[in-house]
Design a protein around this ligand. Structure first.
Ligand code: SF4
Length: 385
């Protein structure tokens, strides 16, 4: 089995760990979907409706102290104080861009760091969240990949990013959309992704419409179909190449699921009831002399027309040690013009947060490198840098 195969199998994820892995360790309520929380309370000899109460306290009231949960019995509060916790992620740094983008570096319990980004677009406030520390898929252009394989985030760590980002927003503002496009491949962390989607869309949780949630993937075909069978979320595909030779070179996952398999999967995905008229967003990072020729544009048009899709062009974001270059402004404009003249739906992603470290994973890696130089005690108020 190749490294890719080993790391992308859809096995039940050990980190869906609702039961403590260490005897005596407290269970983290953020790891539970509401159904799982009902089971937890039944196992404790209490009533299932406690789950509804806890969900309201956490996700509607932002109360994480069991002693403040006044509609729980005193016995249950004492039991929870002893056996359970509601975790939060430490905020290491917050970087505010002049365009309103806010990049947040979170520290996890094991000391690893991940990024989340809040992006205001019109009336929407979109949160981009991470799925893994590092990534095993090893895309050649990706800064996160330079961290190596790393590990999956737990549901609590997914939800911790959401709650942590929400707490940094001014009064009256709230996250309206979520994109799973941060560090790591969400479909490798499949079970925890599903649990997180369940909580995010729960009417007693954050209650975000599934259509406001976008999952991005490098192209894990079986998981794409499974996702579509389970949740009516939007899908974004990191395409980035128009021939297998090109894609093999920059995205090793293509050696497992080539373009033919991938687009057949997408066609089947789009037939699922959950997808109805939804387009798939084709993310295409334009890299100088790799995938930015007029021939590439023509092949991209053909691929785009083979499914319901829209194209999001992303000029390559050079980062320290990057092996590739961003095309010239003229080359980018020319590529976009060819797409648009053909009639396919194509836009260039507006670069956000240019004045802060913009490449995905850059802040976390920068933070790793400087970890000893930016000590910040637990629960200290974040500073805007
Ligand atoms: S682009 Fe995405 S899938 Fe590829 S290595 Fe980076 S995080 Fe992983």
């Amino acid at each position: 089995m190749s490294a890719i195969q080993e790391n992308t199998e859809m096995t039940p994820n050990a980190q869906t760990n609702e039961t403590p892995s260490v005897p005596g360790e407290r269970v983290d309520m953020l790891n539970f979907t509401r159904k799982e929380l009902e089971q937890y309370f039944i196992q404790q000899g209490d009533k299932a409706f406690r789950a509804r109460q806890i969900f309201r306290w956490i996700y509607k009231q932002d109360v994480t102290d069991f002693t403040e949960m006044t509609d729980l019995s005193r016995n249950m509060r004492e039991h929870l104080l002893e056996h359970a916790t509601i975790s939060s992620l430490d905020v290491v740094r917050v970087m505010d861009s002049v365009d309103g983008t806010k990049k947040i570096l979170f520290r996890l319990k094991d000391g690893a760091q991940v990024e989340s980004v809040v992006i205001p677009i019109g009336k929407r406030l979109t949160l981009c969240i991470s799925s893994q520390v590092g990534c095993a898929l090893g895309c050649r252009f990706c800064y996160t990949a330079t961290m190596g394989p790393g590990r999956n985030l737990t549901i609590a760590e997914y939800m911790g990013q959401f709650l942590g980002a929400q707490r940094l927003l001014p009064e009256g503002q709230s996250i309206t959309n979520i994109v799973f496009m941060g560090m790591g491949e969400p479909l490798v962390n499949f079970q925890n992704l599903l649990g997180t989607l369940d909580i995010l869309t729960d009417e007693l949780g954050p209650k975000l419409g599934a259509r406001r949630l976008t999952v991005s993937t490098a192209g894990l075909c079986p998981q794409i179909l499974k996702l579509g069978e389970t949740f009516p979320v939007r899908l974004a595909l990191s395409l980035h190449a128009t021939t297998d030779a090109q894609r093999d070179q920059i995205m090793p996952i293509n050696q497992r699921y080539n373009l033919k398999t991938l687009f057949e999967t997408l066609r089947n995905f789009q037939k699922l009831p959950s997808q109805q008229s939804l387009p798939v967003t084709l993310e295409y990072t334009l890299i100088k002399d790799i995938n930015d020729s007029p021939e590439d544009a023509k092949r991209l048009i053909k691929l785009s027309r083979s499914i319901r899709s829209k194209i999001n062009l992303i000029p390559y974001n050079e980062h320290p040690g990057a092996p590739y270059k961003r095309p010239s402004s003229e080359a980018i404009a020319n590529f976009l013009r060819i797409l648009q003249e053909s009639g396919v739906l194509a836009t260039e992603r507006q670069t956000r947060g240019d004045d802060i470290l913009a490449a995905c994973g850059q802040l976390a890696l920068d933070g790793e490198a400087k970890k000893t130089r930016i000590p910040r005690p637990r629960n200290e108020s974040p500073s805007s840098l």
